[in-house]
Design a binder for this molecule. Structure first.
Ligand code: IPM
Ligand code: MN
Length: 349
């Protein structure tokens, strides 16, 4: 019996999570695994009503679950940064979800802005470090408010933090067993402390994986190749900030925010799965947002729980819906409503 914590969150989060839960229920009946969910109201609305995003014991409570299913974070009525830091980043850091795993896969029938590339060309995975780098929030203002003001933002990279991430990436590349190629995406030519350490650790760990081909690309060049030759990539490993940026680019080439999902993984603890598109305030409550990203996030959760058969069924069903039904993956242009897309995925299981 899996215990799943569900945090629908802000904006369109609840709508897309409903569809994910609909598919989860259907696939559990077909394959026979058992689970129970607990709905948690963490997020913007709770913050506006009570001044607290989540209760004080939230982290210790969440540790009792097998997985967390998250909808969206971001409320236009709350100052930017509060919910991002107080909910999403807090969970990623406090639950030591040190990997952010983001598959970039163009499903059949999905439009990509890259001319002449099809679904056989776009299929790679970004392993983003999720607990360090510029996201640690260290820094200071010097002479704040004056003409001489300086703002310092620290990127903290620890050998241990890099090593566990890089090691995960090598293991993942091996297990994925596609092209067996791992690319380190960095900026060794300018960021000569942080990326020097990354490169050294990467090369050290690489020695233990002789069957994996390694490669290096600067982050700017990575952006270029992701558009020009996405078929060159199998798995990319990178730091928190670069990972944030290149995975939005990745989301676009795989068909947009309507389909892009991610997992925040603690390989020895509680992992959290989310559509990466955000709360989309302007579409909230309209039944037009695309729930496929949330359904894909649920599929990643099933994989992580070891329910490979169920995960495979969900993915094939999503592919059928994109290939045979949806006109577009964009909100309001799918040719179906949010709930209808959830129904279609359920029917095709
Ligand atoms: C993401 C998001 C977050 C990030 C924001 C909401 C803090 O953009 O998951 O990529 O920067 O990591
Ligand atoms: Mn992002």
């Amino acid at each position: 019996m899996y215990k799943i914590a569900v945090i629908p969150g802000d904006g369109t989060g609840p709508e897309v999570i409903n569809e994910g839960l609909k598919v989860l229920e259907a696939v559990s009946k077909k394959t026979g695994f058992k689970y129970k969910t607990r709905m948690l109201d963490y997020g913007g609305e709770r913050y506006r009503k009570t001044g607290k995003i989540m209760p004080d014991n939230a982290i210790s409570e969440l540790k009792k679950f097998d997985a967390i299913y998250l909808g969206a974070v971001g409320d236009p009525k709350v100052k930017p940064g509060i919910l991002e830091k107080g909910l999403l980043l807090k969970l990623r850091f406090d639950l030591k979800q040190y990997i952010n795993l983001r598959p970039v896969k163009l499903y059949p029938g999905v439009w990509t802005p890259i001319k002449d590339k099809g679904h056989e060309d776009i299929d790679f995975v970004v392993v983003r470090e999720n607990n360090e780098g510029l996201y640690v929030g260290e820094g200071e203002f010097i002479k704040k408010g004056t003409k001489e003001e300086v703002a310092i933002q620290v990127s903290r990279n620890t050998r241990k933090g890099i090593e566990r991430c890089v090691r995960f990436a090598f293991e993942y590349t091996k297990k994925r067993n596609k092209r067996k190629k791992l690319t380190l995406c960095g900026k060794t030519n300018v960021l000569t402390y942080g990326w020097d350490l990354w490169e050294r650790v990467f090369n050290e760990v690489a020695k233990e994986y002789e069957d994996i081909t390694t490669d290096y690309a600067h982050v700017d060049a990575t952006c270029m190749w992701m558009v020009k030759n996405p078929e060159w990539f199998d798995v990319i490993v990178t730091d928190n900030m670069f990972g944030d940026i290149i995975t939005d680019l990745g989301a676009m080439i795989q068909g947009g925010m309507g389909i892009a999902a991610g997992g925040n993984l603690n390989p020895k603890g509680v992992s959290m799965f989310e559509p990466i598109g955000g709360s989309a305030p302007k579409y909230t409550g309209k039944n037009v947002i695309n729930p496929l990203a949330a359904i894909s996030a649920m599929q990643m959760m099933l994989e992580c729980l070891g329910e490979d058969k169920a995960a495979g069924m969900v993915e094939r069903s999503i592919m059928k819906v994109t290939g045979e039904k949806l006109k577009s993956l964009s909100a309001g242009k799918m040719g179906y409503s949010t709930t209808e897309v959830g129904d279609l995925v359920t029917e095709f299981l």
